[in-house]
Write a protein that binds this ligand. Structure first.
Ligand code: ADP
Ligand code: GLC
Length: 477
């Protein structure tokens, strides 16, 4: 049995802005089910939704500040969660990274430096919790300083750093470094310095014993200039310790047979009942109720990564087709406005819901026929996995985890019953449009469509395999 400290800045259902929360809420659970002794550590944000009051454990003095450690439980699991309670940094409305107006917290460097320092104290058992992990598993830039600071300790636990998205690096002005009271030994171009800036993600990339990312294809892509943001050289240099492990999903939360948030549960043998969800979805988002037109869904952060601009370029042609489009998301103001303008012009064709709504997300997965994920890059992506489990056929760009989890419906894959979606290569509107048209043709062949739906629903995206791969990695260390 391994003792694992899992360091993350979000975890579903306590606090979520994106896929990192899905992973941090479900991988520790899967590892606990494999009999590992795992604890999660998170900042105690004001928005955090715990079941009951967290329990006070102790107070630590870090960098001249008194920080309390609280303990709660990850709901529906045996995983203990340690909360870093420092109200001057975390007790504000807004999300983990931005204030309510969507601007990054001006003290993000200070906030996550403190969080990492506390994680290091726990990892070295200097909080006297009588528990010293064998492995500290960190995720994304917010926890990047943990491997860096631990590298300076004797008798330290092993460290793993997982890249969920290399586009977010925790970059700050280099002049900030010294005001953070970080050790001088880490400040050089082969350390935390990146072209005179402070790069918190480099703490993980340079100093962790092992680096993982969330799909095998993304592990290769980030070693190239197109996806590496200038870090490709460092990643190539560390390729011996870099692997890609495809994310799993929480198969209890995302299960069309038991999902309480949808209109009608259904399984692979009752695919006809999926129809009730389509009708409920059309009603919910005020589109004409029509069982025959294909409904295309999209749930996403509305940012460039997700190929929203490609979709916007396709919309004029799409609204002339016999289809409906349901979009749920939030993000860039310009994308939000352009989508809303279209929805106002074509209210019978396109519904746009701005904001964050988990119940609607489940209903879209269950009610749509087709799911759109035209991402420019996608480290793993979770909605294409949820879609396949719900028999909602994904259209994806062939990149990262999308390439690793969706099998394009071509004559051969249709014949040997491995097809689970439709994919396209080029990141342009023409290629997306061609994929949409190809999917509609398949949709009209009812029998073929059913086969593709069944192939998708049969796939095992549970954590079983991937959690085992993480465990093997911990054992190698
Ligand atoms: P990323 O982490 O890059 O945003 P993922 O596909 O890995 O992308 O995960 C996104 C997660 O966030 C999924 O669980 C998705 O359903 C959810 N999500 C994204 N936007 C919304 C929204 N507006 N409302 C509800 N859930 C959302
Ligand atoms: C990131 C990536 C996404 C991935 C998620 C969880 O947010 O953008 O592709 O699925 O992390 O690993």
């Amino acid at each position: 049995m391994k003792k694992i400290l899992f360091v993350s800045s979000e975890a579903h259902p306590l606090i979520k802005t994106g896929g990192l929360a899905d992973v941090s809420g479900s991988l520790p659970k899967a590892l606990a089910e494999l009999s590992q002794d795992i604890r999660l550590i998170l900042p105690n944000y004001q928005q955090l939704k715990t079941q009951g009051e967290p329990r006070y454990l102790c107070t630590l003095r870090v960098d001249n500040q008194d920080v309390s450690i609280l303990e709660t439980q990850l709901p529906h699991s045996h995983v203990k969660v340690l909360l870093v309670d420092y109200p001057p940094f975390f007790d504000f409305p807004g999300n983990p990274y931005n204030d309510v107006t969507g601007n990054a917290w001006p003290n993000n460097a200070e906030r996550f430096t403190l969080f990492c320092r506390v994680a290091v104290e726990i990892a070295m058992d200097r909080a006297h919790l009588n528990w010293k992990p064998d492995v500290v598993h960190c995720n994304d830039w917010q926890s990047g300083l943990v491997p860096a600071l631990l590298s300076l300790e004797d008798h330290r636990p092993a460290t793993v750093f997982t890249i969920h998205n290399l586009a977010y690096q925790g970059l700050f002005l280099g002049t900030k470094y010294h005001s953070l009271n970080l050790p001088n030994q880490l400040w050089h171009p082969d350390g935390l310095e990146f072209h005179s800036m402070l790069s918190l993600i480099k703490g993980g990339l340079v100093y962790a014993d092992r680096i993982t990312t969330v799909s095998p294809t993304y592990a290769l892509e980030i070693q190239t200039p197109d996806f590496g943001y200038g870090l490709e050289g460092l990643l190539r240099h560390r390729q011996e310790v870099l692997t890609g492990i495809l994310n799993g999903i929480d198969t209890e939360l995302w299960n069309p047979q038991t999902d309480e948030t949808i209109a009608q549960c259904y399984g692979i043998e009752q695919l006809d009942q999926k129809r009730a969800n389509k009708i409920a979805l059309q009603q919910r988002v005020s589109l004409p109720v029509n069982d025959r037109v294909p409904v295309l869904g999209l749930i996403s952060r509305l940012v460039e990564q997700k190929g929203i601009d490609l979709l916007l370029d396709c919309l004029p042609e799409m609204v002339a087709m016999p289809i409906q489009i349901v979009i749920l998301g939030s993000g860039s103001v310009s994308f939000e406005q352009r989508l809303q303008n279209f929805a106002h012009l074509y209210p019978q064709k396109l519904s746009v819901t701005l904001g964050y709504d988990e119940n609607l997300a489940h209903l879209i997965e269950a009610g749509a026929d087709i799911f759109l994920m035209p991402s420019r890059f996608e480290p793993c992506g979770l909605n294409q996995l949820y879609s396949q489990r719900y028999g909602t056929i994904p259209i994806v760009r062939q990149t990262g985890g999308l390439a690793d989890s969706v099998v394009d419906a071509l004559p051969e894959s249709i014949a040997n019953q491995t097809a689970t979606g439709v994919s396209f290569h080029q990141a342009n509107a023409g290629a997306l449009m061609e994929a949409i048209k190809r999917t509609i043709v398949l949709f009209d062949h009812k029998e073929t469509w059913r086969h593709i739906q069944r192939n998708s629903m049969r796939k095992d995206f549970s954590w079983r395999n991937s959690a085992q791969q993480y465990l093997s990695l911990y054992h190698e260390l």
